[in-house]
Design a protein around this ligand. Structure first.
Ligand SMILES: [Zn+2]
Length: 284
């Protein structure tokens, strides 16, 4: 059975260091049996990053009207796994206030990571925690979940203004400080289907073959580690080769089919934008 020491040792041998900013995607059940469950995995992450490190997790609620109840930063359950749900109750953890894509963070950089993201901002845009993760060159960990939950793909789509995300407005609800339910709208809602939600997707194969991912087995879980700037570099270059690389090729997927037609028409503008983003972020 796995315990905190074994998980910490695994993370350290993978290359997690004290002081790291960690962005963690996870699947608890992938580990097999863990003594103490989700809390043990969280404690191992905190120990590996140390007191100078900052551990962050998406705790998305997707509180779109008609989809999920209004967002309340303290009460709304995370929809992205047991570990994230336990994490948000950990002492000292701070949570963002975005009604679809709230991030939780613990450590000295937590305030910096969360400070600018308002409910009316794009979920993965330049005001979001992801901009800060790129500034801080966060280490992204995938604990047994593979690359399917790789939100950073949406960051690239958002910042490039790809038509299939830029055309979508989110309408969400949240509970304000006076306990009133408030409607908010925001741009670039990253709904619809994507190729990378399923294993063996084009972008996941490209990332796995990029030479940028480190991999280790901890218990039964395959744990992957990559720098967020490396994800951006690989994804932006892949989008330059194929602007529809994040969309699926299933014949019955109308969303991806229509989105593909639209990005292929916009290819010239997208490529110019990719070049300028690569220069701005100083990626190769
Ligand atoms: Zn699709």
């Amino acid at each position: 059975m796995l315990n905190k020491q074994l998980i910490t040792a695994g993370l350290k041998s993978l290359g997690v260091k004290k002081g790291d900013v960690l962005l963690v995607h996870s699947s608890l059940k992938s580990f097999g049996k863990v003594a103490g469950g989700a809390d043990t995995v969280i404690n191992a992450l905190l120990e590996a990053a140390g007191k100078t490190g900052t551990v962050c997790m998406p705790t998305n609620t997707v509180s779109l009207i008609g989809v999920n109840p209004p967002f309340h930063p303290l009460r709304s359950t995370s929809k992205v796994g047991v570990i994230t749900e336990y994490f948000r109750f950990k002492k000292g953890v701070k949570r963002g206030i975005h009604p679809t894509h709230a991030v939780c963070a613990l450590g000295p950089k937590a305030d910096y990571v969360l400070k600018d993201h308002k409910p009316t901002d794009s979920p993965c845009g330049r005001k979001s925690a992801f901009k800060k993760f790129i500034d801080l060159d966060a280490t992204v960990l995938f604990l047994g979940c593979g690359l399917n939950p790789n939100t950073t793909n949406h960051v690239a789509e958002d910042w490039l203004g790809l038509s299939y995300i830029a055309s979508r407005k989110g309408i969400a609800a949240l509970v304000d400080l006076k306990n009133n339910v408030k409607k908010v709208t925001f741009p670039n809602e990253p709904g619809g289907h994507r190729d990378f939600y399923v294993p063996e997707s084009k972008i996941n194969r490209i990332l796995m073959n990029s030479g940028k991912i480190k991999e280790i087995k901890i218990g039964e879980a395959t744990v992957l580690m990559i720098k967020i700037r490396d994800i951006m570099q690989v994804v932006l270059n892949a989008l330059k080769d194929n602007p529809a690389v994040l969309l699926c090729d299933m014949p019955d997927c109308t969303f991806c089919y229509e989105s593909k037609q639209s990005v292929l028409k916009d290819r010239e503008r997208i490529n110019t934008k990719i070049d300028s983003l690569i220069r701005e972020l100083n990626l190769k």
